[in-house]
Design a protein around this ligand. Sequence first.
Ligand SMILES: Cc1cc2nc3c(=O)[nH]c(=O)nc-3n(C[C@H](O)[C@H](O)[C@H](O)COP(=O)(O)OP(=O)(O)OC[C@H]3O[C@@H](n4cnc5c(N)ncnc54)[C@H](O)[C@@H]3O)c2cc1C
Length: 375
Amino acid sequence: VRTGCRVVEIDVARRQVAVERPNGGKTHVESWDYLVIATGAVPMRPNVPGINAEGIFEVKTLEDALRLRQTLENGEVRRAVVVGGGYIGIEMAEALFRWDIEVAIIDMLPQVMGTLDPDMAEPIAEAIRREGISLYLGEKLTGFDTTSNRLDAVVTDKRAIPADVAILGLGVRPNTDLARAAGIALGTKDAIVINSHCRTNLENVWAAGDCVQSHHLVSGKPTWIALGTVANKQGRVAGLNVAGVEATFPGVVGSAITRFVETEIARTGLGERELDDLGIDYVAFKVDGHTLARYYPGTQPITVKLFAEKPTGRLLGGQIVGGQGSAKRIDVIATALHGKLTIEDVVNLDLSYSPPYSPAWDPIHLAARQLQKLL
Ligand SMILES: Cc1cc2nc3c(=O)[nH]c(=O)nc-3n(C[C@H](O)[C@H](O)[C@H](O)COP(=O)(O)OP(=O)(O)OC[C@H]3O[C@@H](n4cnc5c(N)ncnc54)[C@H](O)[C@@H]3O)c2cc1C
């Protein structure tokens, strides 16, 4: 393990990589029989005025987090702006808000959590506002006001929001410049194309994690999902194959989970936007229910939205927003997607029931029953 060493070139013909030593020291060459590329993703960094000012943070590495924490511990931060209302943005907003800092989130989309449908994102926005966090949706970052290279305000196309720190949560892109230069085929969003064995188009070159594209088991199309869940499984499969044990990674269904304070959020499969883009004929139904038996102490509201293909009834996806005990239910839907179940199969799923755990008809059953009527 050579930490602090950066690969600057992959030479496939010679089976070598050029490695830059720590602190920009001399480059040396290492050879390989098998190469696994797992270079991950890099955070989006908009090219806007003031982007390099002091007080602007990315949250990609532990060092990034420690730097931010140190700044917060200095006690001079009163106002923070999070740029981006995706899962990293809202998790950061929650963390900052727990430091008793005035927090604002901006996003150019008209909703937070762009991977959910707008109607499912609305209660999340309400939960954010309820905590006193300002939400500026449909506003695009145009730059940062600074004095002597120190951040004063985050500027959007509509206003300037005073800030002592700004957090960038604008998403990531696959880190594949090296792979491209080495002649390795790239696909969706410039992620590396791999087969089900996690092998690239070149012999003895494998790839896994945030830098590769995946096969979407519901749409049947290539997709790019930068999550640790997928990266771990692909890494295992690439490693097994390199070690001579045949293994395959069939694909993903797009499951993701997060939380804002007490609001749990999860999604899997395809949502409205993706289904419309793919031209799939579908029905959707959203049901409001309870996480436990309605009368049971501690029961929480839960909203489940399901999608099914017309006229086959094949389950296409699901989204969940609610209180404690809501989000992990997404795994039932994800498993059903892997099993290519229909809505009728979901209605009849023998899910467990006892009042402290769920209603007799789980909210997933309730949504499936309603959806069945629309088919
Ligand atoms: C704040 C945050 C929260 C997250 N939360 C979740 C979560 O709750 N659930 C979830 O599923 N996922 C989560 N993720 C995503 C998850 O961290 C990634 O999907 C996962 O780490 C990807 O693993 P990887 O090995 O492909 O890439 P990485 O973990 O990014 O590792 C890539 C490594 O390659 C190194 N590298 C890159 N280029 C070179 C080079 N040229 N030479 C040498 N080394 C190089 C990098 O330094 C890095 O160490 C989160 C990510 C962030 C940033």
